[in-house]
Design a protein around this ligand. Structure first.
Ligand SMILES: Cc1cc2nc3c(=O)[nH]c(=O)nc-3n(C[C@H](O)[C@H](O)[C@H](O)COP(=O)(O)OP(=O)(O)OC[C@H]3O[C@@H](n4cnc5c(N)ncnc54)[C@H](O)[C@@H]3O)c2cc1C
Length: 268
């Protein structure tokens, strides 16, 4: 790990100003993804601008039919929040199964989304729930947020301030996690809303994606049988999925069906 200057701004505006002044800098939230990157010497920021003292990034509230979670909320806080448990219990359970207790007590929602790890859990939730990323200057729909492997629509000096999740009728997340890290080899979030069914898959591609064939089948019949009836016709090709030492593309395709069925069963 190389030397860097450390800043602890008190506001989002100050943080953005610092990054513009130090263009080789990076925002630091819980450090659960950025610090491993620095330790591996895969990044060499001149300045680290901590977001952890910024009150604007904190808080969880419900406005009408929308759950709003501050970007600085840690995974454990999301998991234990009465508002999250009451409105979107499937999201609380997802947060409760991220990494281990240490990761959950440091890592944040905003950090997870900005890092855009292909095996992270929150991307499946924001895509399936049709959420919106609120930044210091605009809102970005979940469908437009992830743009590639570890890539998002965020500009380098843009701060995620909060995420808005429309409350679904029902939703559940099922994942098959790596034994070592708990990152998703595959994770599937199924959300049923008044407007239809959305299904998002993480871990299987460069970023979380929607599974259109599953959405159509579940829109017609929200049942485990509807997924079984699809057989191999899940609308994804094994050759297009991540193929690693831990899991082949064919195995990940199998997991998508298995986990989608588990998620639907958990909703019923
Ligand atoms: C051992 C281990 C196991 C893990 N297992 C899982 C798992 O099972 N599932 C899972 O989903 N994740 C897992 N993680 C990752 C974890 O969830 C991280 O907390 C998360 O990916 C990053 O959040 P952070 O707050 O730590 O961000 P940081 O590491 O501080 O930052 C990550 C990136 O996001 C940027 N950033 C941070 N906050 C903002 C913001 N508000 N606006 C704009 N940019 C921002 C930073 O500049 C940096 O580029 C694991 C991590 C470890 C170390």
């Amino acid at each position: 790990m190389r030397d860097f200057n450390f800043h602890r701004p008190a506001s989002v505006a100050e943080a953005v100003g610092l990054l513009r002044k130090h263009s080789g800098g990076k925002f630091l939230a819980g450090g659960q993804s950025l610090l491993p990157v620095l330790k591996l010497d895969m990044a060499d920021p001149s300045d680290l601008i901590s977001l952890s003292g910024i009150a604007e990034l904190r808080g969880i509230r419900v406005e009408g039919n929308t759950l709003i979670i501050g970007a600085g909320m840690r995974h454990a806080e999301v998991a234990q929040s009465p508002e999250v448990q009451r409105t979107i219990p499937g999201l609380a359970r997802l947060a409760d199964h991220i990494g281990d207790a240490q990761v959950r007590n440091r890592g944040t929602l905003g950090g997870s989304l900005a890092h855009a790890d292909p095996a992270a859990d929150y991307p499946a939730a924001i895509v399936a729930l049709n959420g919106t990323v609120q930044t210091d200057r605009r809102t970005i729909a979940a469908d437009d947020f992830f743009t590639g492997l570890f890539e998002t629509a965020l500009r380098p000096d843009e701060v995620i301030t909060a995420v808005r999740f429309p409350v679904p009728t029902r939703c559940a997340y099922a994942k098959f996690g790596s034994h070592a890290s708990k990152y998703a080899l595959v994770g599937v979030m199924v959300a049923k809303t008044a407007d239809g069914v959305r299904v998002a898959v993480t871990g299987a591609g460069p970023y979380a994606f929607r599974a259109a064939a599953l959405e159509t089948a579940l829109g017609q019949s929200f049942s485990v049988a509807a997924i079984e009836a699809l057989g191999e016709n899940l609308g994804v090709r094994a050759d297009d999925l991540n193929n690693t030492a831990e899991a082949s593309g064919a195995y990940r395709k199998h997991l998508i069906a298995v986990l989608a069925k588990r998620a639907v069963a958990a909703c019923l």
